[in-house]
Structures are given as C-alpha cells and as structure tokens.
Design a binder for this molecule. Structure first.
Ligand code: CO
Length: 211
C-alpha cells in the first residue's frame, strides 16, 4: 500500500500514545459521552480544520462542514446536525466559519460550469444577487472576492436564525448565540465579523415565526 495511506494509521497510533502519555484517562473520559458547547459550520476545505485552528480538543466542537459553509434550509444533513446540537447537546454557540480563498465562493462569482456542484453553488450565487450593488461596486477583484466571502458568512448566520430550530430555542429562553467568522488561510487568523445573533429581532419580519 502506498506510503501516504499507511502513514495515516501509523500517525493514529502515535497520536493515541501521545494522548495517553499526557492523560492516561483521556479516552476513558471521552467514551462516557459528549457535551460540546459549540457547533461549528465550516467549509469542507482541507486548509480549515475546525478543531485545530481554535485549539479545541476532542469533545469540544460538534462539526458540520460542506462546500462554502452553507446553511441550506432543505439540507437534511445540516438540519439534523443543527437539531441534535441545539436540542440534545444544548450548545451555547453556533459559529459559521467561512474563509478567504474559498473555491466555492470564487466559483459562484463566475459563469464556470463544474458539474453537479453547479446546483450547490447556485445558493452562493443567490447571496451575490442579494448584495449585487455592493459587490459590483468593488473594482478590485480580490477585494470583491473577500467581501463576498464575508457577506456569504453573514447570510448563513441569518439563515440559521431563520430556521424553526433556532427560533424555537430562543423562544424557550435557551442561551444560544449564532456567530459569523472568517478564517484567513494566508495567515491563520480568524476575524469575528461581529454579526452575532441571539434573538430573531434583526430578521426581516416575514421570517419571524409566531411561536
Ligand atoms: Co471553502
């Protein structure tokens, strides 16, 4: 078998040994269950590993990743993760973390046809359309791309708040904050976009559910 593949399993053994050296009860404790305070919705991009970039050990982050960190309200996988995180695990924070240089967001700015994924990218194109005036006015392409990444994250934060799952939690008085972050693959730093929502009041009225 090729070296890269074998190395993965060797690395795993080394990692287990390291963890046990630091704490002999590490896995014993994790096996008892999880109570992560955070749900992470991030991009599938290999350069943005959720736990690693925020220094979070196993057990601390519940993770959902897809292309361009999208919150699509008919996506059963995302909804199931969200429902479990909010209603069973009772996470206190949901973070949508996008990243500069996102291939999905970049493709959405073009007319490129990739394949089946075009249909996923369409959701990102919708975000462009919502903010077309602002984006079209940015002449520098790199700056327009960066801004599009930020606006896409902000849109997904609002899309989370529009779900019945989040609105019901708020209605019950559950302490739940939805945040938007952008990670810079070029320097490793995270920027908090400061678009945190903790109730449905900043949603357009049509999205507020009568609960
Ligand atoms: Co990406």
């Amino acid at each position: 078998m090729e070296t890269f593949y074998n190395k993965l399993l060797e690395n795993n053994k080394k990692w287990v040994a390291q963890q046990l050296e630091k704490d002999p009860h590490f896995f014993e404790e994790l096996a008892k269950g999880q109570q992560p305070p955070l749900l992470w919705i991030g991009c599938a991009d290999s350069r943005v590993p959720a736990n690693e970039i925020i220094g979070a050990p196993p057990g601390e982050v519940f993770v959902h990743r897809n292309i361009a960190n999208m919150v699509i309200h008919s996506d059963m996988s995302m909804l199931s993760v969200l429902d479990y995180a909010v209603n069973v695990l009772k996470v206190k924070h949901v973070i949508v973390c996008g990243h500069y240089g996102c291939g999905g967001v970049q493709t959405a700015m073009t007319n490129k046809h990739v394949g089946l994924i075009d249909n996923w990218i369409r959701h990102i194109k919708d975000v462009y359309r919502f903010h077309q005036k602002e984006l079209d006015a940015i002449e520098n392409e790199k700056k327009r791309f960066d801004r599009f990444v930020e606006l896409n994250v902000t849109e997904q934060v609002h899309d989370l708040a529009k779900t019945s799952i989040i609105q019901e939690a708020w209605q019950r008085g559950q302490d739940l904050h939805v945040h938007g972050w952008v990670y810079d693959v070029a320097d490793g730093l995270i920027q908090d976009l400061k678009v945190t929502l903790k109730n449905n009041q900043s949603l357009s009225e049509v999205y507020r559910l009568d609960l």
